[in-house]
Design a binder for this molecule. Sequence first.
Ligand code: DCP
Length: 160
Amino acid sequence: MALQQNGIGSKQNGDTSSHRPSTNGNGEIQHDRAEGFTFTSEPTLEDIRRMQTEFTEERNWSQFHKPRNLLLALVGEVGELAELFQWRGEVQEGLPDWTEPQREHLAQELSDVLIYLVELAEKCHVDLPQAVLRKMALNRLKYPTDKVHGSAKKYTEYKD
Ligand SMILES: Nc1ccn([C@H]2C[C@H](O)[C@@H](COP(=O)(O)OP(=O)(O)OP(=O)(O)O)O2)c(=O)n1
């Protein structure tokens, strides 16, 4: 697995040949769609699950990493993430006013959230990548483009 550094706001390493999965209108994964900011393709969620399992097993911490504890840890990290935005007002996409140390701190807090989320899903036996595909399909059904285009209302507020 090739782990690459990809700082917040960077533009994907200039690697135009890498796969960039996205979904079409039917939820099928497509590749190589032109976008502004994209992620590198690795590590996958399964890679992250496996690396975190190694990390906890090496420390004999599996005994503590039960679903409820993982949920509390996840919520704690979401709180730390929120603190970075607290009292700043709205920020622009790409965080142009943030310093490099602030961006790195943000990258770390986002990573903590993802790591605990992936481990919580694992311990609950939820296959997270597949669950995301199913949920996005549901979201598309709930929010048909012709009905909601340009509106941020919740689906319960739309009249048929
Ligand atoms: N019992 C633990 C402790 C840590 N971690 C891992 C997962 C997170 O990615 C990160 C969390 O570490 P900390 O609890 O030290 O939290 P922070 O890294 O956010 O440090 P701080 O709270 O000082 O900001 O380390 C873990 O899996 N299990």
